[in-house]
Design a protein around this ligand. Structure first.
Ligand SMILES: C[S@@+](CC[C@H](N)C(=O)[O-])C[C@H]1O[C@@H](n2cnc3c(N)ncnc32)[C@H](O)[C@@H]1O
Length: 253
């Protein structure tokens, strides 16, 4: 992902509108509300914050003690355009970033997919080590290999997860899984079919890996609204679902 400037430009332009980002941001907002109630004084770090859409959303919700870090110069520049307090930091060196600062909540969405097993264990330790007592780590991650498709190639995703990938990491570090769900369950079938078709096309040479496109594009307005409505309804009606292209987790120390 790092270095693919066109992906950051799309993220910056669309994350406030695209159903998928909007719903992910709402899920994070709800997890914070669930943990901290109406307290907006909590300190929040978005680790691998991308172009800052989530930090802007949280700011609109009234959270002001916000901090972001990312290892992409493109991402940091877009965050600065939004006047967000974001620094250029490689997460492999998180221990050296403002080492005395601790946070009530650390968010790390769709970043673990760029880390090998050994590096992920170190990153999890570093992230959770920066939580204040009672703090939480919120993390959304790409899930299930069945959803691998052009998007993964376009943004350089090296792995997808299921919950059991995290269980040893949690137990080794004495962490508690407070909540989790896969999402979006209701849209799984069409997403799997599209991604499998993309894989067939790649295998047959009908499309080229170098020309793969990410899913970051805005569908027509009614479809964007419909998809947002479906994922919102799913979240309201079903607390936890067993399958989906993302795994959303809330973890405490
Ligand atoms: C798929 S984007 C997700 C961005 C944001 N968290 C979101 O949910 O929209 C992954 C982000 O992780 C950042 N990233 C990947 N590896 C990183 C590393 N080693 N250090 C810091 N940031 C990294 C990328 O620059 C990118 O902004």
């Amino acid at each position: 992902m790092i270095g693919r400037s066109e992906e950051y430009e799309k993220m910056f332009r669309l994350e406030g509108q695209l159903w998928w980002y909007r719903h992910l941001h709402e899920r994070v907002g709800e997890a914070l509300l669930h943990r901290f109630g109406e307290n907006r004084d909590v300190t929040i770090l978005d680790a691998g914050c991308g172009t800052g859409g989530l930090l802007s959303f949280l700011n609109q919700l009234g959270y002001t003690h916000l901090r972001g870090i990312d290892g992409s110069v493109d991402a940091v520049a877009y965050c600065h355009e939004r006047k967000l307090p974001v620094s250029f930091v490689n997460l492999t060196g998180l221990a050296d970033f403002e080492p005395t600062h601790m946070y009530d909540a650390i968010i790390c969405n769709d970043v673990f997919c760029y880390f090998s097993n050994a590096d992920l264990a170190t990153l999890m330790m570093a992230l959770t080590g920066r939580l204040k007592p009672g703090g939480i780590l919120i993390s959304n991650n790409n899930a299930f290999g069945a959803f691998r498709g052009e998007h993964d190639l376009a943004v350089g995703i090296i792995r997808r997860f299921v919950l059991s990938d995290f269980e040893p990491l949690l137990s080794q570090n004495g962490l508690n899984l407070l909540a989790y769900t896969y999402w979006s369950f209701s849209l799984s079938l069409p997403i799997v079919l599209v991604r499998q078709w993309q894989r067939i096309r790649l295998r047959l040479g009908w499309s080229k890996p170098g020309e793969a496109k990410s899913d970051v594009y805005l569908p027509v307005r009614w479809l964007n609204k419909l998809l947002l409505g479906i994922v919102r309804a799913e979240q309201k009606l079903l607390r936890r679902t067993p399958f989906g292209s993302s795994l959303f987790m809330v973890i405490s120390r």
